[in-house]
Design a protein around this ligand. Structure first.
Ligand code: PMP
Length: 289
């Protein structure tokens, strides 16, 4: 496997970063996860834009232009001969001292991995996912800005641990006020009486690219969407529920906290969104070759 590292494509065995990199020492950095479908990179510009926005929000200067990062991403996919897969793009603060001070890290490092991913076993796409509500809260926006896709995922990881210990694969994370924010690596949607609802970004959700695709597709499918504050009540009484994320794609949810959602089967409207998402993903994007 070839890895793009600071401007060069190197063999996986040579793709190494320093133990003094603040990405390692402090989780100081940002990242993106991007999909390749049918020889095209899906929503590439949106992902790279979010990467630059995340970096700017944490005062991290990416030492490459937008166009250079786009080109490097496509080049990495091509070098690995991938037609379908998953790209992980990471920008770390770079090498510095043992103190926190990011201004003592002269240059950020960037690496790009193009590989494959399967987040959930296929049976969950067929039969739906069981969720729990975890005790780990989404940090308040003043603690960790929810839009920033940073290398600080410990909060999400602790939530994931709770999910796995409760025999679930995903968990709903509430914000400090007790409203639904999102899941550990996915955004959440419910359907009630023909209307789709999803938490607002200001409730502590990442501004997911797949989430925005769903908002677009809803217009095309003639389904009304409302972004509004939600509690667990809205999920317990929903007709349908699904999650979205680059790695997860669109996946049905059939229970929360062992309570059945709707009739306990993946919903019909959810199935329409899954089909529309697949069609879009397979027919649009930045060509690799
Ligand atoms: N929320 C969190 C916390 C995430 O890490 C992700 C990405 N895996 C998402 C939501 C979904 O965002 P996207 O659709 O852009 O992948």
């Amino acid at each position: 496997m070839k890895i793009w590292l600071d401007g060069e494509l190197v063999d996986q065995s040579e793709a190494k970063i320093s133990v003094f990199d603040h990405g390692v020492l402090y989780g100081d950095g940002v990242f993106e996860g991007i999909r390749i479908y049918n020889g095209r990179v899906f929503r590439l510009d949106e992902h790279i834009r979010r990467l630059f926005d995340s970096a700017r929000a944490i005062v991290l200067n990416i030492p490459w232009t937008f166009e250079e990062v786009v080109r490097a991403t496509v080049e990495t996919v091509a070098a690995n001969g991938l037609k379908d897969g998953y790209i992980r793009l990471v920008v770390t603060r770079g090498v510095g001292g043992l103190g926190l001070n990011p201004y003592l890290c002269p240059k950020a490092s960037m690496f790009i991995i193009a590989s494959t991913i399967q987040l959930y076993p296929q049976e969950h796409y067929d039969n739906g996912l069981a969720l729990i509500t975890c005790a780990t809260r989404r940090p308040a926006p003043a603690a960790l800005m929810p839009q920033v896709k940073s290398l600080n995922y410990l909060n999400n990881i602790m939530a994931k641990v709770e999910a796995i210990q409760a025999n679930a694969l995903e968990a709903i994370m509430l914000n400090e006020q007790g409203y639904v924010a999102e899941c550990t690596g996915d955004n959440i949607f419910v359907l009630k009486n023909g209307v789709i609802y999803t938490p607002r970004i200001s409730d502590g959700a990442l501004d997911g690219i797949t989430r925005s695709v769903i908002l677009e597709l809803a217009g095309k499918l003639g389904v009304e969407v409302r972004e509004q504050a939600m509690t667990r009540y809205d999920i317990y009484i929903a007709d349908e529920c699904f999650l979205t994320g680059t790695a997860a794609e669109v996946i049905p949810v059939v229970s929360l906290d062992r309570r059945t959602i709707g009739d306990g089967k993946p919903g019909e409207i959810t199935a329409r969104f899954i089909a529309a998402f697949r069609e879009l993903a397979n027919s649009t994007g930045t060509p690799v070759a």
